[in-house]
Design a protein around this ligand. Structure first.
Ligand code: NDP
Length: 450
């Protein structure tokens, strides 16, 4: 059987067994195409059906989340927790609250998370959860009631040694606070069962910054392989949430000019670039006022707002998609390449479509998948778990040092498994194989338990 036949046969079965789950199919295919040659070289992996087991979640919890809105009307949302793989540690992964959440989205994220967590070198399995509830436009009281209802069910399935959720799209400090409060109330225990907590109640310094900062540290390493850096580079960033905000801050502090930010309604282009004052306004706008990125252009007249467009038509050296899945397609990739972009570092999970990835790789530009370059967030969540367990808080410098080392180790792993014969570093292949080997070996050694 050729590698191609193995991949296509596997995918046909997966698609038949999981109909309509297109995001999950996409994520599995990307990993499978990288690891299939490796699997076929090791009959033990084929015999133990490691890949077949990896695509089947250990457990999926799906539940009703009823709550009452401010008008007194009963609302019903759907909650999920996908406990994908516990071979190397307790399930770990964020919670997403967004209207686009489906079982397919949860499974793709949990699958990706398994390999990402393995790459961090920390003992964390893979999981993901969320709901089709959107906090946008809801009052604080509505968000609290929803979070309490969500946690009333979820608390039965999580714990500091079992499954440790964190934030993701639509889940920031406010939502983690409401969920942690309800968890504590129902379980009558204070443990580090959620990460991304407030600094006065067990949170880690630098956790809010970690995903964006980590992505920039990773990009620094990628750029260094070609004798380049952020200094003087023009950077396009999508999104304006947690990851985008701190990717922008670190890129700026490393000497780059950040010219775009976006949300699901459009993007702003500021040819003068962001500075600390403008970024502080964005933080206030998005985290305090919960406003729209359009308002940036109202405040800073040098900037222009493009309704219903994505930022990839703007000329840049480095692109950092930091919003959501499949937000950068082949047409966008062509525009970026035509404009001379030489580095694409993902802050979001699976933001680049397979066709766009193929174009970047064919053009031999630097391209890193989120599971490598956005792993700084979950890594720092892992550091938060350690601090909670030893009842200590590390300084910002200590956490930053760990974050730097972890991102550098992930980059090394990508080099080890992803460097091709002509010297091109295929970060997709490198990240997938490195993450896969660690999880696969743990599963082999533990026998047929899951
Ligand atoms: P936030 O909710 O803080 O921000 C999300 C941003 O993406 C917002 O600007 C949002 O705009 C935008 N967005 C959401 N959906 C869409 C869409 N369909 N089209 C265009 N823009 C959209 O989330 P995070 O910053 O935490 O997460 C961003 C990405 O990073 C996600 O892919 C997440 O999985 C990934 N990630 C996050 C980590 C973390 O630590 N937070 C860790 C690793 C990965 P709007 O306000 O209009 O919804």
């Amino acid at each position: 059987m050729s590698t191609k036949e193995y991949v296509e046969g596997f995918m046909a079965q997966l698609e038949q067994k999981n109909p309509g789950e297109k995001e999950f199919h996409q994520a599995v295919r990307e990993v499978l195409e990288s690891v299939a040659p490796y699997i076929m070289d090791y009959p033990a992996l084929l015999d133990a059906k490691i890949m077949e087991r990896m695509v089947e979640p250990e457990r999926v919890i799906m539940f009703r989340v009823p709550w009452v809105d401010d008008r007194g009307e009963v609302q019903i949302n759907r909650g999920f927790r996908v406990q994908m793989n516990s071979a190397i540690g307790p399930y770990k992964g964020g919670i997403r609250f967004h209207s686009s959440v489906t079982l397919s989205v949860m499974k793709f994220l949990a699958f990706e998370q398994t390999f990402k967590n393995a790459l961090t070198t920390l003992p964390m399995g893979g999981g993901k959860g969320g709901s089709d509830f959107s906090p946008r436009g809801k009052s604080d009281a509505e968000v609290m009631r929803f979070c309490q209802s969500f946690m009333t069910e979820l608390q039965k399935h999580i714990g500091q040694d079992r499954d440790v959720p964190a934030g993701d799209i639509g889940v920031g400090g406010r939502e983690i606070g409401f969920m942690f409060g309800q968890y504590k109330r129902l379980r009558d225990e204070w443990t580090g069962t959620l990460t991304g907590k407030g600094l006065t109640w067990g949170g880690s310094l630098l956790r809010p910054e970690a995903t964006g900062y980590g992505a920039c540290y990773f990009a620094q390493q990628m750029l260094a392989t070609r004798g380049k850096s952020f200094e003087g580079a023009t950077v396009c960033i999508s999104g304006s949430g947690n990851v985008a905000q701190y990717a922008a801050q670190k890129a700026m502090r490393l000497g780059a000019k950040v010219v775009t930010l976006s949300d699901s309604n459009g993007f702003v282009y500021d040819p003068d670039g962001l500075d600390e004052e403008k970024l502080n306004y964005v933080l206030y706008l998005k985290n305090g006022l919960r406003g729209r990125i359009k308002e940036y252009a109202d405040k800073y007249p040098t900037a222009r707002y493009f309704e219903n467009e994505r930022p990839w038509s703007i000329k840049c050296d480095i692109a950092m998609p930091c919003a959501t899945q499949n937000e950068l397609d082949a047409e966008d990739a062509k525009k970026l390449l035509a404009n001379g972009c030489y580095c694409v570092t993902e802050g979001a999970n699976m933001p680049t479509t397979p066709e766009a990835i193929a174009l970047f790789q064919a053009a031999k530009i630097l391209y890193s998948p989120g599971k490598a370059s956005n792993a700084g967030g979950v890594a720092t969540s892992g550091l938060e778990m350690t601090q909670n367990s030893i009842r200590q808080s590390w300084t910002k410098e200590e956490v930053d040092e760990h974050l730097h080392r972890i991102m550098s180790d992930i980059h090394d792993a990508c080099l080890k498994y992803g460097t091709e014969e002509d010297g091109y570093i295929n970060y997709v292949k490198g990240a997938n194989i490195a993450g896969f080997i660690k999880v696969a070996n743990a599963m082999l050694e533990q026998g047929i338990c899951y």
